[in-house]
Design a protein around this ligand. Sequence first.
Ligand code: HEC
Ligand code: HEC
Ligand code: HEC
Length: 194
Amino acid sequence: MNTSTQDTALRSTLGSREGEAKARIQAGLQLVLLALAATSVMPAGGRAQEEAPSAVRAIPGITAEDPFPGACVSCHVVLPDGRDVRVSTMMTRWTETVDPPLLAHARASVGPGTRLAGVHPEVASALADIPGGCLSCHRDPSSPAPPFSRLMHQVHLTGGEESTFLTMFQGECTYCHKLDATTGAWSIPSGPEP
Ligand code: HEC
Ligand code: HEC
Ligand code: HEC
């Protein structure tokens, strides 16, 4: 008899009450192990505490520094390598043509009754206040503009390893959504490009 068949045989001969007893012993053992684990991270002269993993996850703007306090316009800039990913630059392109992947996200964000042309209307004035100026259409249910409450998540949070926002920026919600720790209110900062 190998160990696993022995084990099966053993389990089938064990009455349900014996099984319960076994579970209780296991639960007790887990408690002891938990207690031991807790003792080992106790501040024993400071050293153990230093070596213990941090209990608080680094969340930008909440438990860690926020490198993008202005949200959209802090991150969509001319990059050090010269690539221009500013919203105004993208907008100039969209008024001529929209790349198929972005258009697919936009279509997925609107109801089936809305047909998108794949060309953005001229909205120069909206660029003075990003995303506030955009939201005047992109939050208005009577506008054909895809709601940002969907489009922004489609664009930044889907695509897995193909998405730079997920790989480079870990998909951090707080790069856009900012918490006011005093009131508990969430908001998205808005303003012109630097
Ligand atoms: C911390 C950085 C960061 C912030 C903040 C940010 N974005 Fe982005 N955004 C990205 C990255 C990275 C991508 C490219 C995602 C990918 O690889 O598909 C992107 C993609 C986009 C795209 C799609 C571009 C395309 O051609 O497919 C749009 C539109 C966009 N962002 C608008 C915004 C707006 C509007 C805001 C503010 C509400 C914002 N972003 C906030 C980093 C950011
Ligand atoms: C006057 C209303 C209005 C304003 C303001 C506006 N948009 Fe739009 N947006 C639209 C409409 C309408 C569409 C759908 C266009 C289409 O049919 O493809 C759209 C679509 C988009 C799309 C999907 C791609 C496309 O063109 O279909 C993106 C991305 C976008 N808008 C970003 C922005 C950003 C960023 C701002 C602010 C700088 C902004 N929009 C301001 C009306 C507006
Ligand atoms: C790139 C910027 C960006 C990122 C990243 C982002 N959001 Fe948002 N989110 C927005 C915008 C823009 C809106 C629409 C705000 C409005 O309409 O006033 C929004 C709206 C929302 C809403 C309201 C939805 C509704 O239907 O009204 C929720 C909930 C939300 N976000 C959750 C999240 C969570 C959770 C994450 C992270 C996993 C996240 N967001 C990441 C930009 C972002």
